[in-house]
Design a protein around this ligand. Structure first.
Ligand code: ADP
Ligand code: MG
Length: 611
């Protein structure tokens, strides 16, 4: 065995770099976090060749004093924490003091900074793959910092080989910028690749500007098809946007979750969100969301991962419950004409029948107010569900009067009562119901709508009457671990509530004596195992409910009006009224939309009217 010796600091840094600097995107993440920690309000990112050749990040933050420059590049040197107590309440993005040292050990790094107001007082430090040979010289720089990283991994060929194509590396890098831009609306970001501007995001202070940034980052279709979330249950607050169930994705690629401003990926949170969407999303589809959780920093440990992508909650179960209930509630409200599911993007209603355009500050009276519904988005003229633009009763009223006057139609007996989905006109091919409301035309998929209504009724009936259960003729033994026996005993109340009698049958054995009637044809043993796994991992499980719901959903599907059944006008109107009353009626049991709105101005456009 060779003798034990201390690693030289260059090698130690290169080893640390293995954890922190995986690819160009990691450099950008660390540098942007430093800029944000320094209080920058404008950050410019210039990248060449996907970041492998050059990354230059310029900020207008507090800068670094000349005498601190070489320390900034040293390992375990930070200005952000000084004690263990600081670590427990850390609010800066960085605190480990290793990023610059690590990056400097595997690249040609130049740090230029100025902590004064005068542009002449800056200084610059450079290092080429070794921290000990920092060269400091005066360099003019406006207040703030520029970090330049050239030839990443030039001295670690093994790592360099792991770099992918320019495009792939840039995609990763852009994703980092997007995440941080979603975490700080008050900071302006510019991203350029090979001289071309990719993102130019102005600082956003009002809601409309924030929405514009989200649209720039997540796509305009996302922001038009979201529910705004703002829920609070001290010590937690959840805000942001979640996609309507009908705006689902084939991958979980549009999911951003921030905890106290830090973007994280967390299984617990992913599970809570997924569970909230359980009843409204098509199998295998993923919800889209941008969500912000705020809580006391002492309630969350951010020091569990070198790049801090993961966190640990003091009370994970409470966080899970809070997120689940906030989203579950919001999604239940997705039904025609229901106010909390709708958000008028461009206008804020005042109490006096006027509306303020939050983008322009312009005040308009309601009678001339456009229908909140933005022009057809890029995904197609009629793809936008009604949910985002439903008017208030007063708006409906005003519009109906205006519209009727214009077209010489009689005003309905009592305009106040025009329901959100309007009144049925006809049925098309035995499949679609056509109705007229204040906006124009409503198209309803009769079967999909009826299926959701029946399903919600079956669930309500079950919840009201309680779950009927039956004893098993032959009790079923299930071999499990000791831990699982413990968990099952701890949660016996949960099982009882769901109509399941599960008892300890030995150190490593559970016995099922009674099951819910609806589950008589299900694989109850598998279900029990999955539930126990959930309980161990997340502290809660909705699997049994989910399974029962699935069975009810199938029953609802068979019991619902099939296509090709003729409905009378009163029957159609009854269906529309039921939809307005039913939770989650915006989409069928499989997550498809149940109805769409075709606005009058969209129809006018089709006929080139008013041009
Ligand atoms: P950490 O961020 O964990 O403190 P870093 O290695 O990333 O460690 O940075 C070391 C120190 O350099 C920081 O604590 C900070 O004082 C200073 N620093 C780095 N980048 C900037 C910047 N853009 N503006 C001002 N100070 C900076
Ligand atoms: Mg840092």
């Amino acid at each position: 065995m060779p003798k034990i010796h201390l690693l030289n600091s260059r090698l130690a840094n290169q080893i640390a770099a293995g954890e922190v600097v995986e690819r160009p995107a990691s450099v950008v993440k660390e540098a942007l976090e430093n800029s944000l920690d320094a209080g920058a309000t404008r950050i410019e990112i210039d990248v060449e060749a996907g970041g492998a050749k050059l990354i230059r990040i310029r900020d207008n933050g507090s800068g670094i004093a000349a005498e601190d420059m070489s320390l900034a590049l040293a390992r375990h040197a930070t200005s952000k924490i000084a004690s263990l107590e600081d670590l427990e309440r850390v609010s800066s993005l960085g605190f480990r003091g290793e990023a610059l040292a690590s990056i400097g050990s595997v690249s040609r790094l130049t740090l230029t900074s100025n902590a004064h107001e005068q542009g002449s007082e800056g200084s610059s430090a450079a290092c080429e793959g070794r921290e000990m040979e920092v060269q400091l010289r005066p360099a003019p720089h406006p207040r703030g910092t520029t970090l330049e990283v050239r030839d990443l991994f030039f001295n670690t060929p093994a790592r360099r080989k792991f770099l992918r194509t320019e495009k792939t590396e840039f995609d990763h890098l852009e994703e980092v910028v997007k995440r941080l831009a979603l975490s700080r609306f008050d900071v302006a970001f510019t991203l350029r690749h090979n001289g071309k501007v990719i993102h130019n995001l102005n600082a956003a202070s009002v809601q409309a500007e924030s929405r514009r940034r989200v649209a720039a980052i997540c796509g305009p279709a996302f922001i038009e098809q979201t529910i705004a979330i703002d829920a609070e249950a001290p010590p937690y607050r959840l805000s942001g946007w979640v996609g309507l169930p009908t705006f689902s994705r084939s991958q979980g690629d549009l999911q951003y979750f921030f905890v106290n401003g830090r973007v994280i990926r967390d299984r617990l949170i992913a599970h809570a969100v997924k569970q909230a969407y359980r009843d409204v999303l098509y199998h295998g589809r993923h919800p889209a969301f941008v969500l912000y959780l705020e809580l006391d920093p002492a309630q969350v440990d951010v020091n569990v991962h070198p790049t801090k992508h993961e966190v640990r909650f003091r009370d994970g179960r409470a966080v899970h419950n809070f997120i689940f209930s906030a989203l579950h509630r919001a999604l239940a409200e997705v039904r025609p004409g229901h106010a909390s599911a709708q958000q008028d993007a461009a206008t804020t209603q005042t109490g006096d029948g006027m509306a303020i355009d939050t983008a322009t500050g312009e005040i308009r009276s309601q009678s001339t107010l456009a229908w909140g519904a933005p022009a057809a988005d890029r995904t197609g003229a009629f793809s936008r569900p009604y949910a985002q633009s439903a008017p208030s009763a007063a708006q409906v009223n005003a519009q109906l009067h205006g519209y009727s006057r214009l077209h010489g139609l009689p005003v309905a007996e009592s305009a106040e009562e025009v329901p959100p989905l309007g009144y049925a006109l006809a049925q098309l091919k035995g499949i679609y119901v056509l109705a007229e409301n204040a906006h124009g035309l409503v198209l309803v998929d009769m079967h999909a709508a009826h299926e959701r209504i029946t399903y919600e009724r079956l669930k309500a009936a079950r919840n009201q009457a309680g779950i009927r259960s039956q004893p098993l003729l032959v009790p079923q033994s299930v071999a499990v671990s000791q831990r699982e026996v413990q968990v099952a005993t701890q949660h016996s109340a949960l099982f009882q509530r769901l109509g399941l009698a599960v008892e300890e049958g030995g150190e490593e054995c559970l016995v099922i004596r009674q099951i819910p009637v609806v589950l008589r044809d299900s694989n109850i043993e598998q279900l029990l195992r999955d539930v126990l796994a959930d309980l161990i991992e997340y502290g809660s499980s909705e699997r049994i409910e989910a399974h029962m719901d699935e069975i009810l959903s199938t029953m609802a599907c068979h019991g619902s009006v099939r296509a090709n059944r003729r409905l009378t006008i009163p029957e159609m109107n009854a269906l529309l009224r039921d939809m307005e009353e039913t939770e989650r009626a915006g989409q069928c049991n499989h997550g498809r939309p149940t109805w769409i709105q075709v606005n009058l101005d969209e129809l006018d456009k089709l006929f080139l009217r008013g041009r």
